[in-house]
Design a protein around this ligand. Structure first.
Ligand code: ADP
Length: 729
């Protein structure tokens, strides 16, 4: 299965190295190249072909056109050997991209791609090829493109794939542009741009941002225009692709020129020119030279303008784009006239005129005549033979206006009419001068109205764009929230599972220990009881005997008592009888507990505070009192030897739970101790002082009352053990 033409996120995440490289070829060209570098030399031909295409695209983006062509050729022969028609079509698509710079036959490459995809039965790529063709055709003739490709575009749009949408919307934008509906064009370009961002089509992302900028500048919204040009520049900058970088600078320069900032435009273009290295003579390079010439003309640097225009012309003559030749000639003619080479200027202008006339290119015929008018005015040239105009400038301006009038909806520039009026006045034709001046005033009014309309359109478009962006942002935020929520639920579920497992393990342990304990209790209680009885009896009888015997006997009795206490506690553990639940006031239970722990607090001189409200709880009061006393004993142990010994018992209702806190001023629970607190036989106390059963037992008996114990350290120091109980309903 050939990788998706644009490369999906899924392919980037899960594909093999080659599939990833393909998907990343524009998103991260350097990484894509590194990935194809890992391909084994004896890889199958289809894989080698794909690797060559990745290299070819990188070479194209880095403006190494010969290398790119060589990679395309190598890819083709590998794909041909593998019988991989999809690969061959993809090679044609890259070839088509190359044609933009080399001046090759783009349409032929696209047709070949389409044919390969058709043979391979690759519907998605056929659509892509068709959409690209529609895009190219829309540039040439919007109506034809609509007739040919309208249905194809609608069908492709219905799929909602960002890779396709990029070109669908770009084609629609170009059509709208050609129809003169700049507002709709910007909207469509904008959608195309968003789709390119989503599909990782960085090249298209840059060119589309530039197109939006250019569209805004036609609406005289220069701020909008430059903002988009800046966006294009920011996108292209990290890629280091020289050609696209240069193009960006060229377009921005041209926008600046339109803004009347010729100096800034020139500086930018000079900066961008070296980036064309390797593709001098490509269409955009020629355009850059032309704009540079224009900027110099604007600045009155005519000799320099001449040099740039000559360079532009030389490049244009090598390309199959007659519009470029006549554009370069027109500017060159003006530069030549200004530096005094009248004949050369006229020859250049004449050639430009012939070219434009041969193509019925009326806008160009019109502008060339305008240039001829300036040459004639500057050098006092008469009207050409056969013309009945009173002077050269009058003849050419009339011709310029007549050529313009052949275009539907043409509005003559007010300055031209005004200049013509002045020329007529100079020639003594006052009536003619007055008529043209009136027309100039009309044209001015019309232009103003047009400007206001454009401004309104630009505002509207911007508003729509901003609205769409805000909506997209909102949708993204919603999606992100949903994703986070799903993640949270998953984590919660995982945690819950872990907790349940831990509880089960704990319960299992407790059962095992319970059995062990009952065994120990069973085996030991009699012998220990007997031992104690005998020791006590002996001690009573020998009360007046030798001192060391009495002392030894006293120790014997004390140790036997300790053993008995131990067995008593083990018995509690082993018994695990169900608690006797009944409703009690928490304060009454506390009063019982206090009886147990008050003496200990007194001896250890521990300050005690109690702040417990009257709340009802369903508990086994003895067990709760024991658990609480146990927490207090632990706290007293922890504070022993401390300078400050303060214990605070306080409770509060928290939702459906009662939380009873035991706060001490001891050292708190060490981080490595916390996770083990409730494990049976875990103790940090010296041997003989702690059994490590207190918390385990308390937790058990609270669990039996549907409660639990929590332990934390308090921010102000000391530990907090909390007994949590369900509040009685
Ligand atoms: P024992 O008291 O026999 O050690 P417990 O299960 O009651 O057994 O307590 C286990 C351990 O928890 C103690 O050894 C001690 O390290 C820690 N601990 C309990 N209460 C506190 C407290 N208030 N401050 C610091 N550590 C405590």
């Amino acid at each position: 299965m050939a990788p998706d033409f644009f490369g999906t996120d899924d392919e980037i995440a899960h594909g093999d190295a080659l599939t990833q490289a393909w998907a990343l070829r524009q998103r991260d060209t350097a990484r894509a190249l590194a990935l194809v570098g890992t391909l084994a030399a004896d890889a199958p031909p289809a894989a080698r072909g794909r690797a060559e295409l990745v290299r070819g695209e990188a070479a194209w983006l880095h403006n190494r056109l010969d290398a790119a062509a060589a990679h395309v050729a190598a890819a083709r022969s590998a794909f041909a050997a593998a019988g991989d028609a999809v690969g061959l079509g993809d090679a044609d698509m890259l070839e088509a991209s190359l044609c933009d710079q080399t001046g090759g036959d783009r349409d032929a490459a696209m047709r070949a791609a389409h044919e390969h995809f058709r043979r391979a039965g690759e519907a998605a790529r056929q659509r892509i090829a068709a959409t690209w063709s529609a895009c190219a055709e829309a540039t040439a003739n919007a109506d034809d493109a609509q007739a040919h490709w309208g249905d194809t575009l609608d069908a492709a749009a219905a799929l909602g794939e960002p890779g396709l949408d990029t070109y669908v919307e770009a084609a629609r934008a170009t059509q709208a542009w050609r129809r003169g509906d700049i507002g709709s064009a910007i909207g469509a370009f904008q959608r195309a741009h968003a789709a390119a961002v989503a599909a990782g089509l960085r090249h298209a992302e840059v060119t589309l941002a530039l197109n939006i900028g250019i569209a805004f500048s036609t609406l005289n919204d220069h701020e909008g225009a430059l903002a988009w040009a800046e966006r294009a520049r920011a996108t292209v900058q990290p890629t280091g692709w020289p050609y696209l970088t240069a193009w960006c600078l060229m377009q921005t320069g041209s926008m600046l020129l339109g803004l009347g900032r010729a100096q800034a435009a020139k500086a930018l273009l000079l900066e961008g020119l070296p980036a064309f290295a390797g593709s001098e003579g490509a269409r955009n390079h020629v355009l850059a030279l032309q704009v540079l010439g224009e900027a110099c003309l604007e600045l009155g640097e005519d000799a320099e303008a001449q040099r740039w225009c000559e360079a532009a012309l030389a490049g244009a003559r090598r390309l199959p784009h007659p519009d470029l030749v006549s554009g370069s000639l027109r500017h060159l003619a003006l530069a030549l006239a200004r530096v005094g080479h009248v004949d050369a200027a006229l020859a250049a202008a004449q050639e430009a005129l012939d070219g434009a006339l041969s193509q019925d290119d009326w806008p160009r015929v019109s502008t060339v005549h305008h240039v001829l008018a300036e040459i004639a005015r500057r050098h006092g040239l008469p009207a050409p033979a056969g013309s009945d105009a009173a002077s050269g400038p009058i003849h050419h301006l009339e011709a310029a206006l007549a050529a313009g009038a052949r275009m539907p909806g043409y509005q003559p520039p007010a300055e031209w009419l005004h200049a013509l009026s002045a020329d007529l006045e100079r020639a003594g034709d006052l009536a003619g001068a007055l008529r043209r001046e009136r027309e100039a005033a009309d044209a001015r009014r019309h232009a103003e109205r047009r400007r206001a309309e454009d401004h309104a359109t630009a505002m509207l478009v911007r508003h729509r764009v901003e609205q769409a962006q805000a909506e997209a942002e909102r949708q993204r935020a919603i999606a992100e929230t949903n994703r986070l929520r799903a993640e949270l639920l998953e984590t919660q579920a995982a945690l819950e599972k872990e907790r349940t497992q831990a509880l089960l393990v704990h319960a299992g342990k407790m059962v095992a220990i319970g059995r062990l304990a009952s065994g120990v209790v069973h085996e030991m209680s009699h012998p220990v009881g007997t031992l104690l009885l005998l020791a006590e009896a002996l001690s009573a009888r020998l009360a007046s005997g030798p001192a060391e015997v009495s002392a030894t006997l006293a120790t014997l009795v004390a140790e036997a008592q300790r053993l008995q206490r131990f067995i008593g506690r083990l018995r509690d553990f082993a018994r695990a009888e169900p608690p006797q639940l009944a409703r009690h006031d928490l304060r009454a239970v506390l009063a019982d507990a206090r009886q147990l722990f008050a003496p200990r607090l007194g001896v250890a001189r521990i300050g005690f505070e109690e702040d417990v409200p009257a709340v009802a709880v369903d508990v086994d009061p003895q067990r709760l009192a024991l658990a609480l006393a146990n927490l207090v004993f632990n706290a007293a142990d922890a504070m022993a030897g401390g300078a400050r010994r303060q214990l605070r018992l306080h409770a509060a209702l928290d939702g459906h739970e009662v939380r009873l806190h035991v706060d001490d001023s001891g050292p708190g629970v060490a981080a490595d101790v916390l996770p083990h607190l409730f494990e049976p036989f875990f103790t940090t106390k010296p041997a003989g002082q702690g059994l490590g059963l207190g918390l385990a037992l308390s937790a058990e008996s609270l669990a039996a009352m549907r409660g639990r114990i929590e332990a934390t350290n308090r921010a102000e120091g000391g530990a907090r053990f909390t007994i949590v109980l369900p509040a009685a309903a």
